[in-house]
Ligand binder design. Structure first.
Ligand SMILES: Cc1ncc(COP(=O)(O)O)c(C=O)c1O
Length: 360
């Protein structure tokens, strides 16, 4: 890595691959002979439409997105989807199943309650969200318009290691694990993700929606939050987040160069296993999540002493790491090791953990 860069363990916005930043840097004032930056282009220009179409095609190929699914490039963050999903999909029986396995799933569930009847199909709140309920624990409503879950709980450091089997459309917040491993898109009705962890800079939200789910929205649905109008206008009902879409295209190229999502998964599993093993072998650190629910993206841990946690975080900065402090709602530490965190970054963190463990 360039030696003026830090290993940034932020939960989001997060590290982008160095190769991607360098390419964007090289193209920043004059994209492909156009004489202007992608930031300065009309979203209706030929040059930009080509970037847009190619980015969609690259993402479709990487994720193996089948026909019948549309890719939308929206704004409003993942949070806008908390409202957009019920407004558009909670319109059959007016009921939906929600699995509440962390902070963001809980926010989504609360938002959905404004628009219909929510059934809590599963919750891990009884143990502060350190586990993921099993398939047999899901209390499904056969009349639900959809089943909602969040595949990776960014704050708590847990990740669903299975795709729930349900008979209604499956809706998933993949903000913090999209593109980290292959998923069978055909099992889902709708997948969405804020881009700022594994995809691109903040400002873009990617929605992958089975086309026939759109077009049944509530009459009060704002036009900007209507999947059907966004599909009909190919995400250009209004100005899309052009720069972020371009950056996503570069990230997709980078992912192809490291072996696609299969290659990325291998790297991610190796990085996470190395870090979990180091923490397990220490005398000082405890892991927050239950072993079978551990996230491959966000590793949460603590010493059990607030003072020692603070010391760890302070010393980590001196070693060239940033953003290892846990989320304010749970405390402790969190190392977010998304796709762009190089293996050497995790190795360096493991060395630091071993040193700290010896000295304290
Ligand atoms: C899993 C998950 N869902 C939703 C959000 C909210 O995203 P945004 O800030 O893009 O609205 C986050 C933010 O970190 C997240 O991690």
């Amino acid at each position: 890595m360039a030696n003026d860069r830090v290993y940034n363990f932020s939960a989001g916005p997060s590290m982008l691959p160095l190769e991607v930043l360098q390419r964007a840097g090289a193209e920043i004032t004059n994209y492909n002979g156009s004489g202007m930056s992608v930031m300065e282009m009309s979203h209706r220009s030929k040059v930009f439409i080509k970037i847009f179409d190619e980015t969609q095609a690259k993402l479709r190929k990487l994720m193996n997105i089948p026909e019948g699914y549309k890719i939308l490039f929206l704004q409003g963050g993942a949070t806008m989807q908390f409202g957009m999903i019920p407004l558009n999909l909670m319109t059959g029986s007016g009921k939906a199943d929600y699995a509440v396995t962390g902070h963001f799933a809980n926010l989504a569930m609360k938002e959905a309650k404004k628009y219909g009847t929510v059934n809590i199909a599963a919750s891990s709140e009884d143990k502060k969200h350190i586990y993921i309920p099993g398939q047999a624990d899901l209390k499904l409503d056969p009349e639900a318009d959809y089943f909602y879950y969040c595949s990776n709980n960014t704050i708590e450091g847990t990740e669903w290691q299975y795709v729930p089997e349900v008979s209604v459309p499956l809706v998933c917040d993949m903000s913090s694990d999209i593109l980290s491993r292959p998923v069978d898109v055909s099992k889902f009705g709708l997948i969405y993700a804020g881009a700022q962890k594994n995809m691109a800079p903040a400002g873009l939200t990617v929605v992958i929606i089975k086309e026939d789910l759109a077009g049944h929205e509530m009459p009060i649905t704002p036009a900007i939050m209507n999947y059907k109008s966004m599909i009909d206008k190919d995400s250009m009902y209004n100005t899309p987040p052009c720069w972020c879409i371009y950056m996503l295209g570069l990230v997709c190229d980078w992912l192809e160069s490291v072996g696609g999502l299969e290659g990325m998964e291998k790297r991610n599993v190796a990085k996470a296993n190395m870090l979990y093993k180091t923490l397990e072998e220490s005398k000082l650190f405890q892991l927050s999540a239950q072993p079978e629910a551990r996230s491959f993206m966000n590793v949460t841990f603590r010493t059990g002493s607030d003072d020692l946690d603070a010391k760890f975080v302070a010393e980590s900065v001196e070693r060239g790491f940033t953003n290892l402090k846990g989320h304010r709602s749970v405390g402790g530490m969190r190392a977010s090791i998304y796709n762009a965190m190089p293996t050497e970054g995790v190795e360096a963190l493991c060395d630091f953990i071993r040193d700290f463990d010896k000295k304290n």
